[in-house]
Design a protein around this ligand. Structure first.
Ligand SMILES: [Zn+2]
Length: 220
């Protein structure tokens, strides 16, 4: 009831252009106006769900190409505390999962951030998205299934060649028994060179995980 009243006073606006898109649009998981929706179609991810044999993860799903206003919005989400955006991003990943992947996952996992960064930022963007997806596909999130045990440099500040080195030995798998023989959905925000999710996948496979599908908002 309170939500309905608030919605009436503050109607929902498009997350891109701020145009009013009507009362309770968010409840219908509609975050953009029709005009922006059309523009988004141009930067949608071209998923084909081919199994990858060059990486430790088996499949890669992504909602968008990392460009245009999705890129701007992602930076706002990550660095300017616009946490409300996680619902939009997660709902877009969800559409991709439902369209391309028939896999029944046992767990949803997410790429962790270090404790230092968590306290500086106040949230882990990948966890927020993973949580939303977990709730909507009814598959449990394994909190702290992956943990970050070392502080490293921020990947985006490094050259491509240094990124692999930078993530090596930084993560650790907990709950190895629960994960052995399981299929997991691993959530991260942006896929650039893939070094981070590949390192996480390497240690997950090492812990006996059977199959890994990586799901990200955008691919560079
Ligand atoms: Zn709009």
């Amino acid at each position: 009831m309170l939500k309905k009243i608030l919605n009436f006073i503050y109607p929902d606006t498009c997350i891109f252009c701020r145009k009013i898109i009507g009362v309770s649009a968010y409840e219908k998981q509609d975050f953009t106006c029709n005009n922006c929706k059309k523009k988004l179609e141009y930067i949608r991810g071209q998923n084909d769900l081919k199994k990858s044999y060059n990486t430790y993860f088996d499949y890669l799903l992504y909602a968008f190409k990392y460009e245009g206003f999705v890129r701007t919005l992602l930076l706002d989400f990550k660095f300017y505390n616009k946490t409300y955006l996680h619902e939009f991003f997660a709902s877009e990943i969800l559409k991709i999962i439902q369209k391309f992947s028939q896999a029944k996952y046992d767990y949803v996992l997410y790429v962790p951030i270090s404790i230092n960064r968590y306290f500086a930022r106040g949230f882990n963007q990948s966890y927020m998205i993973a949580k939303y997806i977990s709730n909507h596909i009814n598959i449990p999130i394994l909190k702290y299934g992956l943990v970050k045990i070392k502080n490293n440099k921020i990947q985006s500040t490094l050259k491509i060649a240094q990124r692999k080195q930078n993530v090596s030995g930084v993560y650790k798998v907990l709950f190895r028994k629960s994960l052995a023989g399981k299929k997991v959905l691993l959530v991260d925000d942006i896929f650039t060179t893939g070094s981070t999710v590949n390192e996480c996948s390497r240690i997950l496979k090492d812990a006996g995980v059977l199959e890994i599908t990586v799901a990200t908002i955008a691919r560079a």
